[in-house]
Write a protein that binds this ligand. Structure first.
Ligand code: UTP
Length: 285
């Protein structure tokens, strides 16, 4: 079984739910406490042993490339002033371990993933939607990669949501379950309310086999008139092992305003330096 060495970060979306904040700043660069969302996702990938990061960007997302580049002026000035440079550690890559491809039209997550096909090549790969902030010890992808070591095939993260929210997500038709592992019998993107096969949604973490790229090539448009990754994954079921992994940890949907605010509050309260002041302030409210 080939190991998971590559991660795709589709960051080509428009982030319309967060306008006007995301007019000139990519959604993925919004900070939770002191780190942009995208860096949480990259840190999670590194923790899972992933070496090669592939970003699928679009017009206006240049700040993401700059964030992960060497900042000579900043670093030289900080060094001259004896400032601690280790604070920048997570924002750099070894040369050759990062690539950027451009999605020229935002026509769906499936299309964004397909744009990375030449760099992914013929090996299994992880996908991270960085606006889904997954907080756990170990991290979500590390838990999934460990499960992949036992199961192989395709693994998506699975998370239960209230019934009335299923129409917003890719939903799993579940088969037999064994602890955190559930067999996937089918997948449906944004089911019409009342028709969802379960309340198990996919919160933006995937380990897929490269064959999905061949399916995406011919994938027509689905829900929302977009080329959906869920529809392509659904075609792999029955041909390759396909499981969902229930992550042990917390998830924040930072693509929504309330999820983003909740993440900032929760992670500030997790931070020993900030916690007393933030908690005291919340109590005054
Ligand atoms: P979302 O559904 O959150 O879309 O995409 P969005 O454009 O980012 O945000 P809203 O809904 O307009 O506020 C889920 C993920 O898929 C990526 C997004 O960047 C995000 O990480 N995506 C989506 C693409 O890379 N390309 C697309 O064409 C669509």
């Amino acid at each position: 079984m080939k190991p998971v060495r590559k991660a795709v970060f589709p960051v080509g979306g428009l982030g319309t739910r967060f306008l006007p904040a995301t007019k000139a700043v990519p959604k993925e660069m919004l900070p939770v406490v002191d780190k942009p969302l995208i860096q949480y996702a990259v840190d999670e990938a590194r923790e899972a042993g992933i070496e090669e990061m592939i970003f699928v960007t679009s017009r206006g997302k240049g700040a993401i490339e700059d964030h992960f580049d060497i900042a000579y002026e900043l670093e030289t000035t900080m060094a001259d002033r004896d400032k601690d440079l280790s604070i920048l550690d997570g924002s750099r890559f070894a040369p050759g371990n990062v690539s950027f491809v451009r999605q020229q039209e935002p026509i769906g997550l499936g299309h964004a993933v397909w744009c990375a096909r030449h760099i992914v090549g013929d090996e299994p790969f992880a996908i991270f939607l960085p606006d889904e902030l997954m907080v756990g010890t170990p991290g979500c992808m590390k838990q999934m990669v460990d499960a992949y070591g036992r199961l192989g095939g395709n693994i998506v993260c699975g998370l239960e949501v209230p019934e009335d929210q299923t129409s917003a997500y890719g939903i799993i038709d579940p088969g037999a379950a064994d602890g955190p592992i559930t067999e996937v019998k089918g997948l449906v993107e944004k089911p019409v309310p009342g028709t969802a096969p379960s309340n198990l949604m996919i919160p933006g973490r995937y380990i897929l086999q490269p064959e999905v790229m061949g399916i995406l090539k011919d994938q027509g448009r689905g829900a929302g008139n977009e080329i959906q990754l869920t529809d392509a994954m659904a075609q792999m079921i029955g041909k390759q092992p396909f499981h969902a992994y229930t992550f042990d940890g917390r998830r924040f949907d930072c693509g929504s305003k309330s999820g983003f605010i909740n993440a900032n509050i929760a992670l500030a309260l997790d931070n020993p330096e900030l916690e007393p002041e933030v908690r005291a302030f919340i109590e005054t409210l």
